[in-house]
Design a protein around this ligand. Structure first.
Ligand code: ASP
Length: 439
């Protein structure tokens, strides 16, 4: 068994947290490859090291003094080293960082040092080999990740190393310039390493005991999802459920490696397993509920629309022309609604409407604004009779008007459109009917 363990920023924010992480690694000999984030927040008022590094970069580029901020960053690392009782001096590293920032090595370079330095400390503390991500994670000239080349080089490199620490979040382009993934990207590095070493499991250690069935800001103490498929997770994270970076599932999904979300502060909790397929039924009929506010429905009506070949294409072309992607498109005999993000649509509203008029010549166009979309997701839904009935009964009881219904062809999700103001009550109503009644 070979496992990759990735620790998030809050799991490595202080010496105390570092110790917990190291104990987790040491308690299982199959935990052989470690991917650290940069030190995160120690409490809600704290600042992440990555944000401090971005601040250094901004100050330096503006020709202002950044040394005070860099000193603060140094303090974070020295605090960790001291708290761990280690004899490690980062003076040379910091001198190099200063030199490179002065030489305009770039924003990504500055940001990446958070993971780089944490990797150095972690490797020394565990007695593992440090592998610089700049040598094994590749990006192209346009700063896009190169999955196949990376997989080849990384697999080769790690095949000769029994135990290694590979910092998350960054890699390098063919010129050796540092590139980073988007924020939270250490999750992606963990997944890439898991694929390269053909891991049996990718453990992602964070500060929650797994994925919650819905947003805890909306429902108090929602239950934890024990097991979820990659596909269900895609649906839920697209609709706003956080915890894992959206792109982190692709490398392991390809290789069929499960991800286990675990809590560094509660290592005995089993967390959430993310798997390719499972025969395990979800605990409730639904696996999760997520959603987002801020959508617009553009409703297009035309007599005998159903028999006009190409009508839908013409309408969608108007959106395409202005670079607006659509989320859903429910239709009736003579009507068709296109759901788009309000923020993207508003500035281009009149141009898009003019284009629809020109291209599709509809009878009427009307617009509903301030809508929210809610996704009710679950692999067990298709075999359970009455699921949709229960969703809509719960909404009716809560006096919520449903503006749109859409079901994915795989029957693993039901999308519901409601007014923005009804968003939270709708989620609470759906949660309650499935979880509180325990069916
Ligand atoms: N340190 C980076 C960030 O704050 C990457 C990560 O933590 O995954 O976004």
């Amino acid at each position: 068994m070979k496992k990759v363990v990735k620790f998030g920023g809050s799991s490595l924010a202080s010496a105390e947290q570092f110790k917990k992480a190291a104990d987790i690694v040491k308690s299982d000999i199959s935990r052989r490859y470690v991917v650290p984030s940069a030190p995160g927040k120690r409490d809600s008022k704290d600042t992440k090291v990555t944000d401090l590094l971005y601040r250094c970069y901004d100050l330096a580029e503006a020709g202002r003094n950044y040394h005070e901020v860099l000193f603060q960053i140094r303090g974070r690392y020295d605090g960790i080293i001291k708290g761990l009782g280690m004899d490690l001096d980062l003076s040379e590293e910091f001198a190099e960082i200063e030199r490179k920032i002065d030489a305009h090595a770039g924003k990504a370079y500055a940001a990446s040092r958070g993971e780089y330095l944490n990797g150095k400390i972690m490797a020394a503390y565990l007695g593992f080999t440090f592998v610089d991500a700049a040598e094994v994670i590749y990006f192209n000239e346009d700063g896009e990740f190169e999955p196949e080349l990376t997989d080849k080089v990384l697999a080769e490199k790690l095949s000769g190393i029994e135990k290694a620490v590979i910092p998350g979040f960054y890699g390098a382009d063919p010129e050796g310039r540092i590139c980073t993934f988007s924020r939270g990207g250490s999750d992606i590095t963990g997944s890439i390493v898991a694929r390269a070493i053909k891991a049996s499991l990718y453990e992602n250690w964070t500060d929650v005991s797994g994925f919650l069935l819905t947003d805890p800001h909306i429902v108090k103490d929602p239950v934890i999802i024990n097991i979820i498929t990659y596909k269900e997770l895609r649906e839920l994270s697209y609709m706003g459920a956080g915890v894992l970076h959206d792109e982190a599932i692709f490398p392991v999904r390809k290789a069929g490696i499960p991800i286990n979300i675990r809590n560094t502060n509660d290592p005995d909790a089993p967390g959430t397993m993310i798997v390719k397929t499972t025969g395990a039924k979800s605990r409730y009929t639904i696996t999760g509920i997520a959603g987002r506010k801020g959508f617009v429905a553009v409703n297009v009506e035309k007599d005998r629309m159903n028999s006009e070949i190409g009508f839908g294409r013409k309408v969608l072309e108007a959106f395409e022309k202005y670079g607006i992607s659509f989320e859903h498109m429910p239709s009736g005999i003579d009507t068709l609604s296109v759901f788009v993000e309000q923020e993207a649509f508003e500035p281009k509203e009149q141009a898009v409407l003019a284009a629809i008029n020109r291209m599709a010549a509809p009878d009427v166009i009307s617009i509903d604004t301030d809508l929210a979309l809610i996704a009710v997701v679950g692999r067990s839904m298709k075999d359970a009779r009455g699921t949709a009935g229960r969703v809509f009964a719960s909404l009716a009881h809560a006096r919520i008007n449903v503006r749109m219904i859409d079901q994915g062809s795989d029957e693993e999700n039901i999308i519901i459109g409601v007014k923005n103001d009804d968003f939270e009550p709708a989620i609470r109503a759906i949660y309650s009917i499935f979880v509180d009644t325990r069916i």
